[in-house]
Design a protein around this ligand. Structure first.
Ligand SMILES: Nc1nc2c(c(=O)[nH]1)N[C@H]1C(S)=C(S)[C@@H](COP(=O)(O)OP(=O)(O)OC[C@H]3O[C@@H](n4cnc5c(=O)[nH]c(N)nc54)[C@H](O)[C@@H]3O)O[C@H]1N2
Ligand SMILES: Nc1nc2c(c(=O)[nH]1)N[C@H]1C(S)=C(S)[C@@H](COP(=O)(O)OP(=O)(O)OC[C@H]3O[C@@H](n4cnc5c(=O)[nH]c(N)nc54)[C@H](O)[C@@H]3O)O[C@H]1N2
Ligand code: SF4
Ligand SMILES: [Mo]
Length: 768
């Protein structure tokens, strides 16, 4: 009988536990892992396609170096790492720039892989650089900023009680297709079928989730701040605030109330174009709820007034006391926080604050293209494909061309890799020990370390090894004798390893992961060395939340013994395990400070200044594009072969019939979507679930892939040709991708012919 191996799905950040069967390097069967303590056997249709992630013609198997003509040639690892090290050292040594250093590091992990991040950060530190960018800083940093203000620290992060709530308020997300929380479809169906539970959806489009809801508020795109402001004002008018909760746990309510009382409710509601009666009904449901949970995502985080939206959605549950009880929002624990806190640091070039350690991805190009000595000089990309996923593709291309050195660490020959000076081939998530820090559960939180299902693909290395070898070439590491001595300590006196290593780390604390990898790592099961970094996290977690770790593990161990136990359990639990278990009243221990700060002056001022009259579509670009819609057949840039898409192979433009007819086009025609920044041709598909004047292009297309005939073909729209990096949030710099101002035009005959030709080539790959 064939063995089922345990792993997890890396196609979205929910990371459901899986069991798979394999044949050679192919995954042949996939099922949900019922022993996975969090996902309990759940999976969605995408997991069946997982094999396409690691098994395709664009897998990298050798380092590449760019030739003067822009093409790449294979080189061996030692040459690649030696040349890169020489250039890094030279740039570091002659850097005369400011204190942010010459390197910009983009990425550090995707939807399922965070093992490489700590090692990349070690390199960034060695380069005396702070400029860190990534997917988080184009979606979540506004939320982190608000959390910092309200909960006292930017790593305080909220969770949702979707399983136990009696009212689920979904704002700007579509869990039916995008998930975002555990077992999303089961949750949506269960609420739908339970007469005692309700769901309200705030989304311009009648999404699959909205169709299952008790109430759908189809607001005009970009008007969430007006709607949420009006709802909050109505709640106060009805004295719906939870006075007992407010006085026990919060401060600053009076300042918030003052601003909310001045909101012109009628005017705001009119601006959203939602019927007043429906808004009132939403308020009724909120005030009648026993336990409400608010679930949000890109619709507001990548929408207009993004950071303000992140504040208002939190006020909704905090003012009404729906926090820290079963079925409400709460904070969650971390084994190791996925981001950090940064307060008071800002980019000298753009003036944007660092948030959670990150600068806005939307400002990456400016950091390189500024004509000043402190500009960024090295572009280092790991586990990210900004040539397709960062706003304004053309400006990213200028930025990487302006870099004195660009390196991409990747499993696939991506659009970003194609532009880099050097490309370093990483072992895939199926070929190394891997984990994710997307651990967002409360009151019990879970962690899974996944063993590899295949041996290393020849020519590739795990990130931990890549960075360790590079740092060794840079002379950043102690000699072998020292490492051997520490390895012996790891074997015989593991608990005290860090104190033995302390003198080495005094001046370079960022090297800790690399040292652990090279010492403790050698004592772990075969190939598990990169997991050594988790050991430090286990000890920290055991110190920080002793009682909760004890509870989760069912042990009375204390002190370092508890950290050791947690690490051993992680190593021996292939389905994952619960690492912390809180009681509800312990939620306050996850905050910094005693009380939630409700009044955030910058945001109250922003709210008070909202003016519907100033907020009108540009007549030149009157339509609103959802630039990057989640659908049943996209998964960021993770699954590259078009063959996995039997539906929607072209990545259709979805549009209402009347908006399409207005440019003289019909379903199936090629049309041009035009923005201030660019022009993209797509095949039109009629979709009556959109609001009038709203269009949608999918996320996760626009990849250049082998066409099977010796050439390459781009599979669908490169949506970020349309987005403008300057169209961004004033605080977090996050893009407004869910509301891109565009117009529609008929495609020219030339565009149509080219698009049709490419589509046929892609479709041949789909049908094999
Ligand atoms: N199938 C699939 N699932 C995925 C991914 C994927 O690529 N494919 N990617 C994963 C990732 S990285 C992320 S971050 C999540 C994102 O998950 P979601 O945020 O749920 O997905 P999106 O489709 O980007 O957009 C969310 C919703 O915002 C709505 N919207 C547009 N404009 C507005 C507006 O002005 N106001 C409001 N309230 N809503 C608006 C859209 O109609 C859409 O339903 O999905 C994850 N899951
Ligand atoms: N216009 C528009 N743009 C968007 C969005 C949108 O809605 N609209 N959504 C944004 C969002 S929410 C997100 S999260 C980003 C996602 O965009 P990115 O940050 O670029 O992340 P992914 O698309 O997930 O790409 C991950 C890359 O990591 C590589 N990879 C996979 N496994 C490994 C590994 O083990 N090691 C290494 N080194 N590499 C690996 C994959 O090949 C892939 O190229 O896109 C953003 N861009
Ligand atoms: S919900 Fe996400 S992690 Fe779970 S199977 Fe689907 S794509 Fe994979
Ligand atoms: Mo994302």
């Amino acid at each position: 009988m064939t063995q089922w191996q345990k792993t997890a799905c890396s196609l979205c950040y929910v990371n459901c536990g899986l069991e798979v069967q394999t044949d050679g390097r192919k995954i042949t069967r996939v099922r949900g892992d019922r022993e996975h303590p969090r996902s309990e056997g759940y999976l969605c249709q995408k997991a069946q396609r997982l094999t396409w992630y690691g098994d395709h013609g664009d897998r990298l198997t050798t380092p590449l170096r760019r030739r003067p003509d822009g093409t790449h040639e294979p080189i061996d690892w030692d040459t690649a790492l030696t040349e890169i090290a020489d250039r890094l050292r030279a740039i570091r040594d002659d850097d005369t720039g400011g204190d942010e250093g010459p390197m910009a590091y983009v990425g550090g992990g995707g939807q399922g892989n965070h093992s490489g991040g700590p090692y990349g950060h070690a390199l960034l530190q060695w380069m005396r650089s702070t400029r860190l960018f990534g997917a988080l800083s184009q979606e979540k940093t506004g939320d982190f900023w608000v959390n910092g203000k309200m909960f006292g620290h930017q790593t305080c992060h909220t969770a949702e009680g979707v399983e136990e709530c009696d009212l689920l308020l979904v704002i700007g997300c579509n869990p039916w297709l995008a998930h975002g929380f555990n077992r999303a479809r089961n949750v949506v169906n269960t609420i739908k079928n339970d007469p005692a539970r309700r769901m309200v959806v705030v989304d311009p489009r009648r999404t699959e989730t909205a169709a299952a809801a008790d109430l759908h508020l189809p607001l005009r795109p970009g008007t969430d701040a007006y709607l949420l402001g009006a709802i909050l004002a109505l709640i106060l008018q009805r004295r719906g605030q939870d006075e007992a909760f407010l006085s026990a746990h919060t401060e600053g309510f009076e300042h918030v109330a003052e601003v909310l009382r001045r909101i012109p409710v009628d005017e705001f509601i009119t601006h959203t174009e939602v019927p007043r009666a429906d808004v009132e009904r939403a308020v009724d449901l909120i005030l009648g709820a026993r336990a409400m949970t608010v679930r949000v995502e890109l619709g507001i985080q990548q929408g207009r007034n993004s950071t303000l939206n992140s504040y208002l959605e939190k006020l909704l549950y905090l003012l009404t006391g729906h926090f820290g009880r079963p079925g409400t929002n709460a904070l969650h624990s971390w084994l190791t926080p996925l981001w950090t806190e940064s307060v008071g640091r800002r980019s000298a070039i753009t003036g944007f604050d660092y948030i959670g350690g990150y600068l806005p991805l939307n400002t990456l190009a400016e950091e390189f293209l500024a004509d000043r000595p402190d500009r960024a000089r090295v572009m280092w990309v790991d586990s990210s494909n900004p040539a397709n996923t960062a706003a304004d593709t053309a400006s990213f291309e200028r930025a990487i061309a302006a870099a004195e050195l660009s390196v991409v660490v990747e499993v696939a020959y991506t659009e970003t890799a194609a532009l880099a000076d050097y490309v370093l081939p990483a072992a895939s998530q199926h070929e190394k020990w891997e984990w994710t820090y997307f651990t967002f559960e409360w009151p019990v939180n879970y962690f899974q370390l996944r063993p590899p299902m295949f041996g290393p693909l020849p020519g590739t290395m795990a990130e931990a090894d890549i960075y360790a070898r590079l740092l060794d070439k840079l002379g950043a590491l102690p000699g072998q004798e020292v490492l051997d001595r520490l390895t012996e300590v790891a074997r015989t006196d593991r608990v005290n390893l860090l104190s033995h290593a302390a003198p080495l780390l005094k001046d370079a604390p960022g090297l800790a992961p690399v040292l652990l990898h090279l010492t403790l790592g050698r004592t772990l099961p075969a190939g598990a060395a990169p997991a050594a970094v988790l050991w430090a996290g286990c000890h920290q977690a055991a110190r920080r939340m002793t009682v909760q770790v004890q509870r989760a593990l069912g042990t009375g161990l204390t002190g370092p013994a508890l950290g050791e136990e947690l690490f051993d359990r992680i190593l021996s639990s292939p389905s994952g395990l619960a690492f912390s278990e809180h009681t509800y009243d312990e939620v306050w221990s996850l905050m910094r400070g005693e009380r939630v700060r409700l009044d955030v002056p910058e945001l109250l001022e922003w709210l008070a200044g909202l003016d519907p009259a100033q907020d009108r579509p540009d007549p030149e670009f009157p339509l609103s594009l959802i630039g990057g819609q989640r659908r049943s057949h996209n998964a960021n840039q993770i699954l590259r072969p078009p063959a996995w898409r039997r539906t929607d192979p072209d990545g259709a433009l979805r549009v209402r019939a009347e908006d399409l007819a207005a440019v003289g086009a019909a379903e199936g025609d090629w049309v041009a979507v035009v923005s201030r920044t660019g022009r993209v041709v797509a095949r039109a598909e009629i979709d009556g679930t959109l609001r009038a004047g709203q269009l949608a292009l999918p996320h996760g297309y626009g990849m250049s892939v082998p066409d099977g005939q010796g050439g390459r073909v781009v599979d669908g729209p490169r949506i970020n040709l349309l987005t403008d990096a300057a169209d961004r949030d004033p605080i977090a710099g996050t893009p407004h991708h869910k509301d891109v101002p565009v117009r529609l035009e008929p495609a020219t005959a030339e565009e149509r012919d080219a698009a049709q030709r490419d589509s046929e080539r892609v479709r041949r790959l789909v049908t094999g």
